[in-house]
Design a protein. Structure first.
Length: 326
């Protein structure tokens, strides 16, 4: 694997150094940053500091070592002494960049071009989102909204805050592509100055501002008022719900509103259960009217069987003892 890496290094390194980025080495007399260039770096090791490779002559590579502040100490390195597996290459591709770790990763990326296909897709996405953002109107908002943005930036550690910082906080980097960003910045500057005159912000040059204690009190009072307003709104909403429910039940009791089918079935079921219980109670307690309905013959038959004397007297016959006495 090391032989393959060294072979790829010998093949690709001259091309990379021919398109090196001179603006990244911080040398006097260098030209500005190129749009499409490579930054080749040997990472820091035990015996050698971090080094940026800038050129090659034969088998000797020229570089600039890091001296603690910038890469300005010139050094010459033999090509075989470079570890191709740990070489770091950054390709500045327009406003984007592609980073490679090792010469093999670089060869795959440059050969297949798959990172650049992905970058082009991202550029198309950014272009569409920028077009959609440009179609929007950048809303300034009230002064309390601007004061909230300044407070958020202050909590993030930003000391001096201007209009550009507030715009970046709201819209990211897309505001720079909006056609009306300059007019928006001017209006935002005026609002920041008004907040400074009111005492919520402090400024020394009318371009950079800081949050004051009065501004913090203003935000706290507004947040407390918003919280109370929300609580009152929910209480009113709950009251309206209770009133609506009471109105529905009152209309149902007055037969002005027909109840749903489920409630009707439940009511019929309850009425049927009450009727069945009433019938069972009546059956378990017989009344005097039931005995009056029985015919006399049926009622006297048991008595004739159980009491013969009574049956004889009823038919007009006298007992046998009375006949003997006569």
């Amino acid at each position: 694997m090391r032989r393959i890496d060294q072979a790829l290094l010998r093949f690709l390194l001259p091309t990379l150094l021919a398109r090196a980025c001179p603006g990244t080495v911080h040398r006097s007399g260098d030209e500005g940053m190129k749009v499409n260039c490579f930054n080749v770096i040997m990472p820091e090791q035990v015996a050698r500091p971090r080094t940026v490779l800038v050129g090659i002559t034969g088998s000797t590579v020229q570089g600039l070592e890091f001296d603690g502040h910038s890469h300005r100490r010139p050094v010459s390195i033999h090509l075989d002494a470079i570890d191709a597996a740990v070489l770091q290459v950054t390709h500045f591709y327009g406003l984007d960049e592609v980073r490679y770790e090792g010469i093999l990763h670089l060869a795959l990326g440059q050969g297949t071009k798959w990172p650049y296909v992905w970058l082009r897709a991202l550029r198309v996405q950014r272009w569409v989102l920028q077009k959609l953002f440009n179609a929007r109107h950048m809303k300034l908002g009230d002064r309390l909204t601007i004061l909230t943005d300044v407070a958020d930036l202050t909590s993030q550690g930003v000391d001096r805050i201007g209009a550009l910082e507030v715009m970046s906080h709201r819209y990211g980097a897309r505001w720079a592509g909006h056609p009306n960003w300059q007019a928006f910045q001017e209006r935002l500057d005026k609002q920041l100055q008004l907040l400074a005159e009111a005492g919520d912000l402090s400024t020394s040059d009318n371009f950079s501002f800081r949050l004051t204690g009065q501004g913090v009190r203003t935000l706290d009072e507004r947040r407390d008022a918003s919280r109370k307003h929300g609580a009152n709104w929910w209480m009113q909403f709950a009251g309206w719900l209770v009133a609506a429910a009471a109105l529905v039940f009152a209309a149902a009791q007055a037969n002005f509103l027909k109840l749903p089918t489920v409630l009707d079935l439940q009511k019929e079921k309850a009425d049927g259960g009450e009727a069945a219980s009433a019938d069972g109670t009546a059956a378990s307690q017989p009344s005097l009217a039931d005995t009056a309905v029985v015919p006399p013959s049926k009622a006297s038959a048991p008595l004739a069987v159980t009491s013969p004397a009574t049956a004889a007297s009823a038919s007009g016959l006298q007992p046998a003892s009375a006949a003997k006495s006569r």
